[in-house]
Design a protein around this ligand. Sequence first.
Ligand code: ADP
Length: 286
Amino acid sequence: MTEMNEKNEICETCPLKGSCPDQGSEEAVTCMADEIDGIKHKIIVASGKGGVGKSTVSVNLARALQLEGYKVGILDADITGPNIPKLLGIEDQGLVQGADGIKPADAGGIKVASMALVLSRQDSPVVWRGPMKMAAIKQFIQDVTWGGLDYLIIDLPPGTSDEPLSVAQLIPDLSGAIIVTTPQEVALLDTRKAVNMVRAMKLPVIGIIENMAGLACPHCHQRIDIFQSGGGERMAEEMNVRFLGSIPIDPRICSLGDAGQTFVEGEAPAADSFRLIVERLENILR
Ligand code: ADP
């Protein structure tokens, strides 16, 4: 294939086709390359619906990998609900334009790019239409100086609409997707769609994580299955997808998240479960 055909093919399959100012030009060819090409594993974290803990999994996965000595970044691709900076306690940072590109924010060693770091006020809604959102993501991919990362965790917008699909299609050479669900049937219904969305992109589903799987009663220590139990594992089996593990409900996950801290480094059953999940993941990607 000639270089020109290759360029055209990149533009042809790009979700920004028709609205990109660089279409067909030299800039378009290099648009998705360079920085992001130097990253070993690019993993999307997706969910069939919001509120299941997708962003919580993203930041704790990033922290766990970083604690193991890997170089890690997070691309918060949830343009309208960018919560990663809040969960990592870096809302007061911004993205700075340097000589070589946009310098990512730093969350104790994790590099972060998020729309929340660009907005002047945390409570400002992002009311952009599709092409503008895609252009912002494209800029994060193209212009952020990620450096040679081992892992880039990409927190996708929730759901299975056009938006998560288009965002994922913008990022070249993805390693695969982790799908986060909760155990109850209504969530699983949407999670099946998320698995099919990833398959439609011809991407490997690395595995399913079941979050909010039971709560240990602080008084009697009996497990209470608030959102049922075992649904994620059954569904994974049914859909022939790897089950990575489950994380119980733990009120500290919520309070630490609100305080901008991760829970994975702590001493708790939820942290133990999460570390096991990360271990499995590393073995799969090795
Ligand atoms: P999503 O990204 O899927 O919308 P979030 O990661 O923002 O979901 O999580 C939604 C809320 O649930 C947050 O307040 C988070 O701290 C809390 N949360 C997530 N997982 C757990 C858990 N296992 N136990 C307790 N709270 C959790």
